[in-house]
Design a protein around this ligand. Structure first.
Ligand code: FAD
Length: 259
């Protein structure tokens, strides 16, 4: 077994080379306290929390960045509360976010406030619109304050390491080749088609969802949309005015036309 350093990416890690038991190819091994497959909100936030608690954590994200435009953009008051408890809320709100005190709808020309966040305890009495990638980039930047925090981009989890009937870590393929991240705790946060979950032979439980959501961009109209518009439009004081609509669901297909 040979010791080595990872060439040029992120903080130096305790790396070793060994050979794949099956193919004989060289495999790098890295020992961490926790390895998390998937750099979405679940994986990045868990990595942040564990690193904050002093653990050595690696988050594996298969994409090169967090720019998934189809992801959500509402940051809820309860999330702001959590960010506040972690001491990072105010820095997050310094990003170019949109604050919505209410959610309104116009029915037959009458504007109705459907949700009034101002009834919530201050200071988190508003909804924030911010693209999910802004939140993820922010959490990763904040995580750098902790020496044990590491995110490996372009690194795809391909399976789990099983030894003596127990899961010992996650296998991944990245820019530096194949790596086995060995850790007492392996987490599958790699989304609904989780590779790690399948490799670990875990069976998810499904819950029915009664709605579908259409997600698309429209140019912002110069004036407020017509009273019978069927799309809810977020109107705030910030840069984000992406329309969004909620429709009755049905086998994943929208059942109405949206004007
Ligand atoms: C259209 C839409 C709108 C939404 N709007 C909102 C909203 O406004 N507000 C809100 O709070 N929520 C919203 N959501 C829900 C929110 O996006 C999800 O709840 C959240 O993204 C789930 O986070 P997650 O980390 O569990 O999984 P994911 O976000 O799916 O993250 C999984 C990550 O794992 C990575 N990955 C996958 N496979 C691998 C692999 N093999 N190896 C390494 N990495 C891998 C993926 O690239 C991804 O980055 C919306 C969802 C959708 C689809």
């Amino acid at each position: 077994m040979l010791s080595c350093r990872c060439p040029g990416r992120g903080i130096p890690l305790p790396l070793e080379f060994e050979h794949d038991r099956h193919s004989g190819a060289a495999v790098t091994t890295v020992e961490r306290d926790c390895v998390i497959a998937g750099g979405g909100p679940a994986g990045v936030m868990l990595g942040f929390l564990l690193a904050r608690a002093g653990l050595r954590v690696t988050v594996l994200e298969k994409h090169a960045d967090f720019l998934r435009d189809f992801r959500g953009d509402t940051i809820h008051p309860s999330t702001l509360t959590v960010l506040g408890e972690l001491g990072i809320r105010d820095r997050f709100l310094q990003l170019p976010v949109t604050r919505l005190p209410t959610l309104d709808a116009v029915f037959d020309g009458e504007r109705i406030t459907m949700v009034d966040f101002r009834t919530l305890p201050r200071p988190n009495d508003f909804l924030v619109l911010a693209p999910q990638w802004d939140l993820l980039n922010f959490l990763v930047e904040e995580g750098r304050a902790y020496p044990g925090f590491e995110v490996r981009m372009q690194t795809e989890a391909t399976g789990v390491v099983i030894d003596d009937g127990r899961i010992r870590g996650v296998r991944a393929a990245g820019p530096d080749g194949d790596v086995e991240y060995l850790a007492p705790l392996s987490v599958a946060a790699d989304g609904r088609h989780s590779v790690v979950r399948e490799a670990a032979d875990l069976t998810p439980r499904g819950f029915g969802v009664p709605i579908d959501i259409l997600w698309f961009h429209l140019p912002k109209p110069p004036r407020r949309p017509s009273p019978d518009a069927r799309v809810l439009v977020g109107e705030g004081d910030g840069p984000d005015d992406r329309p969004r609509g909620v429709l009755p669901g049905g086998n994943g297909h929208p059942q109405r036309r949206v004007r």
